[in-house]
Design a protein around this ligand. Sequence first.
Ligand code: SAM
Ligand code: SF4
Length: 376
Amino acid sequence: MPPVFGKEVDNEFRWPISQTRALAFLISPSPFPSPPRGEGGVKGIRSGKMLLDPFRRKINYLRISITDRCNLRCRYCMPEEGIPLIPHEEILTYEEILRIVRVFAAEGISKVRLTGGEPMVRKGIVDFVSRLSQIGEIKDLSLTTNGILLKEFAHDLKKAGLKRINVSLDSLRKERFCQITRKDDFERVWVGIEEALRVGLSPIKINMVAIQGLNDDEIESFARLTLHLPLIIRYIEYMPSGNGEEWKGSDILTIPQIKNRLESVGKLIPIPSDQWDGPAKRFRMEGALGEIGLIGPVSSHFCDDCNRLRLTSDGKIRACLFSDEEIDVKELLRNGGSDQNLKERLLVALREKPERHPIHTQQFKKCQRNMSAIGG
Ligand code: SAM
Ligand code: SF4
């Protein structure tokens, strides 16, 4: 059994990199800085404006897909040959995205996440992050990545003003990682995570999509990582979407099932959520350095806590991940639309935000867009 900071972990987990010593200095009594807040803490946010949707949900979060290109081919997300790509000229320029963010931030968006496709494959990302981070109203700037290029980019992104990252990782086993992503790059991702810890991108969240019969036997191994490392492991239910392998209801591991399994590892102590958490329910295991997050888009009342809008790489606002209703902002930007016009489109998106996603209804059909175009 491989030692992890002197403790033993289960047989299944193969500690990927021998140099775990590199992480030792990061272990401190309080590994997570408080989430970024407005002045005076959550209750005291004094931002002039607040966006509320018709169901009185506070919308403060914009997820931006900056590219639909990706350097992996995760089975649940896209086929081996990839998917038809959006032509380059249809992709929003960085300048256009910055304008949208400035206008939306003035209305109450204070949290931005960059995603993709794989955001790090887009040229010029460091400079773009640096410009985004200068928008004063944006209190929280983060990025979701598959981690392949993290070792190369972590330092520069941190310097450019990125606060934290989410790394998608569905297996701690080299062979299985390869089976899921169709690329033999597990160690590269792990070295990237180590580098992100080293440069102080914090907290680091690891997103694991738990799929029955594929990686469900690793749920406990992921949780054990939190005992010794300052990572937040987030379990996400497998969702029906786009062009990945055929989704079957029986493939889902629901959050209650995952929670049961985690309780065999140790007691889960709830951590109160705050406005930055969105639909994640947070827990910590006794004595753990890290945290656990549970996100149940399919089985739970996920929508009640939804705080977000999405911007696709070709300039459409999506008010709900599972709805194909989109509001075009690119066309507006490229035809001389004013900031006021942009703001009006934002308000239309808010107005159209459904109360709930339709997964459990008769009308439900998989969304037309692939996850890699929406950004997850
Ligand atoms: N390429 C980056 C990555 O993988 O982190 C960012 C884009 S990816 C589309 C964003 C997130 O969507 C990832 O965490 C991925 O695991 C998740 N995702 C993709 N397809 C999914 C599905 N069918 N069910 C649940 N999560 C999914
Ligand atoms: Fe690429 Fe992310 Fe989709 Fe995997 S989940 S294929 S890394 S976009």
